[in-house]
Design a protein around this ligand. Structure first.
Ligand code: HEM
Length: 137
């Protein structure tokens, strides 16, 4: 189990208590920062693809800090797959920063330095896994 697991779970619970599903806020922030990304969701007429993707990102983060059964592989595979969709690698990992920025805004005064450190560490660790798994042999 990752040292940050508890804090990651607590922060997600706190966000859910405050706003329910944070996905719309995360995508709004993502597209405000980079409007070109919205057009990539071509066949997402009812936001279900975005919802599915968001769900899978959160499940993978929870796996990454918990049992760590599939997250490493999923992050690395999707990093490559997303380049085929037109998402450059740095934009892919930026999604995690947008997640954290959104959660910080949602929780306001209840966003703690501990939450911040926990998420930064996990994001760095995910970045390291992607870099390692996608490095040319
Ligand atoms: C800025 C970053 C990202 C953008 C712009 C983006 C964009 C997209 C798009 C356009 C699709 C739909 C593909 C299609 O039409 O078939 C998709 C699907 C998906 N993305 Fe992302 N993505 C991003 C980051 C991530 C990250 C960090 C993950 C982490 C695991 C991820 C996981 C997935 C998965 C699992 C699906 C398939 C969802 C389904 O079941 O339909 N994406 N993404």
């Amino acid at each position: 189990m990752h040292a940050s697991a508890d804090l990651i779970e607590k922060s997600l619970e706190a966000v859910a208590e405050r706003v329910g599903d944070p996905a719309p806020l995360v995508y709004r922030r993502l597209f405000d920062g980079n409007p070109d990304l919205q057009a990539l969701f071509l066949r997402d007429h009812d936001d279900s693809v975005k919802g599915q993707m968001f769900q899978q990102v959160i499940e993978a983060v929870l796996d990454f800090v918990g049992p760590r059964g599939f997250a490493d592989g999923l992050f690395a595979t999707e990093w490559v797959n997303h380049q085929g969709l037109g998402v450059p690698g740095d934009q892919f990992t930026r999604f995690f920063d947008v997640l954290v920025e959104t959660f910080r805004d949602v929780l306001g005064a209840d966003w703690s330095d501990d939450f911040d450190r926990a998420w930064r560490t996990v994001i760095d660790d995910i970045g390291a896994v992607i870099a390692q798994r996608t490095a040319p042999a």
